[in-house]
Design a protein around this ligand. Structure first.
Ligand code: NAD
Length: 407
């Protein structure tokens, strides 16, 4: 992990886009800084009666285009630079797909796997108590991220309602459907990434059965992407989790892999075992990083042979690695576009909560596909027209929208 992922990895994207966008220098200067960044201590009484104080963060990066929007991450390596970078990326992600949100992010330094269910609930409710005055449906709307889920969003929603003495389902998204969540949120991130793959299929005249895919990270985003690709006839040849991966050049049994992961928490024995570095170096058509940041760095980028990268994870390429790929034939569909399906359906959830409506699953899928196809083509066309890598084009597109709002 670089010393500060915000200054090392996030800000350079802004500087690169600024050269091609219509934004004024004052707008760029404002976008170099978060509107608000807060650190809180979160005391939790553990099951054995002892007290543990956790550190939590919330960053409201920009509200220029609407309420800040962004998940809450529970991870031992959460740090201020990472939270700020993720909030910056959310700002540009929401602008890329044109939904009326700004960007935010939160996190707690914790390994949630070490906590009991009661301790996890106590921590989640305490996080909301510590930050409730800064968050709400009209100013900053949290959501799940790595190691947080619908149950945790449900606890947080309930805590917010208790504090505010009313029902405010639009406070947080990614809730259980029974608590005001939207149908289709589960696989929305993967479905958005898959919509990008489908647009590329049209542009490149691909026959899915000839296209091989490797996926690093087999959690929410990775598993659903594998399933959607498999159902559409693509050949998913490798998947991995934090323990390592499995590879079969003839295609994995994706359903069995998902079932094994769900029932045992582990990947099944299929094909041959590989480690995460070997997965990244596979000679495949499409590589999908769907784990954490900085999976591909200057040290392993030369080994990447995939023709297309679809970044389901946030920030999976370091800046150095990105520069190498930008000069190569490899097409990188950047994170702020490829994984924007999640926040798009979060926006649908917030919209339904505020209107009292409840959409059918097919309505969610159709509207999501419409947003993703339009956004992918806007960015792809801009990249072609200006001769830019897709990532820079994406930031230019988003920056133009931010400039419209700020100027
Ligand atoms: P998750 O916790 O469900 O899954 C993460 C997966 O990555 C797990 O399978 C884990 O074992 C694996 N992993 C962790 N470290 C790894 C390593 N070093 N090598 C290989 N695999 C490793 O998380 P998720 O929700 O699927 O999120 C994955 C990525 O997608 C994150 O970068 C997240 O920010 C991004 N993302 C997720 C969503 C969403 O809606 N879930 C939305 C936008 C972006």
């Amino acid at each position: 992990m670089p010393a500060d992922v915000f200054t090392d990895e996030a800000l350079p994207r802004l500087e690169a886009a600024a050269q091609h966008a219509k934004a004024k220098p004052d707008t760029i200067e404002r976008l170099r800084h978060a509107e608000k960044f807060v650190e809180v201590s979160i005391p939790v009484t553990m099951d054995d009666g002892s007290l543990k104080v956790f550190t939590g963060y919330r960053c409201r990066y920009s509200t220029a285009r609407g309420p800040a929007k962004g998940g809450i991450r529970y991870h031992p390596q959460v740090n201020p630079g990472e939270v700020r970078a993720l909030a910056f990326w959310m700002t540009f992600k929401c602008a890329t797909v044109g939904i009326p949100f700004g960007g935010g992010k939160g996190g707690v330094i914790v390994d949630p796997r070490q906590l009991s269910k009661q301790e996890l609930e106590a921590l989640s409710r305490a996080y909301v108590r510590a930050l409730a005055e800064l968050m709400g449906p009209e100013i900053d709307v949290p959501a799940p991220d790595v190691y947080t889920n619908a149950t945790i969003m449900g606890w947080m929603s309930s805590e917010y309602d208790t504090i505010r003495r009313g029902l405010h389902p639009g406070f947080i998204t990614g809730k259980p459907v029974a608590k005001g969540g939207s149908l289709g949120r589960d696989d929305a991130t993967a479905r958005g990434g898959f919509a990008c793959l489908s647009q590329l299929q049209h542009k490149r005249n691909w026959n899915p059965k000839d296209i091989t895919i490797a996926i690093q990270g087999f959690g929410n985003a990775g598993q659903h992407f594998a399933r959607l690709a498999d159902e559409a006839g693509y050949k998913v040849v490798a998947v991995s989790d934090s323990r390592g991966g499995i590879y079969d050049p003839d295609g994995l049994d994706v359903r069995a892999a998902i079932e094994a992961k769900e029932t045992t928490g582990k990947l099944p024995k299929q094909g041959k075992p590989i480690d995460n570095e070997q997965l990244l170096a596979l000679d495949v058509d499409v590589l999908v990083p769907a784990a954490l940041e900085n999976a591909v760095t200057k040290d392993n980028v030369d080994a990447v042979k995939a023709r297309v990268l679809i970044e389901l994870a946030n920030g999976p390429l370091t800046k150095d690695a990105d520069e190498v790929l930008a000069k190569s034939e490899t097409l990188v569909v950047p994170d702020i576009l490829a994984n924007a399906g999640g926040v798009t359906v979060s926006y649908f959830e917030w919209t339904q909560n505020r209107s009292g409506d409840s959409w059918k699953l097919q309505t969610v899928y159709d509207r999501l596909n419409e947003v993703m196809a339009q956004s992918f083509n806007d960015v792809y066309d801009l990249a072609q027209a200006k001769g830019l890598p897709m990532r820079t084009a994406c930031y230019v597109h988003a920056l133009n929208r931010l400039a419209d709002a700020m100027e």
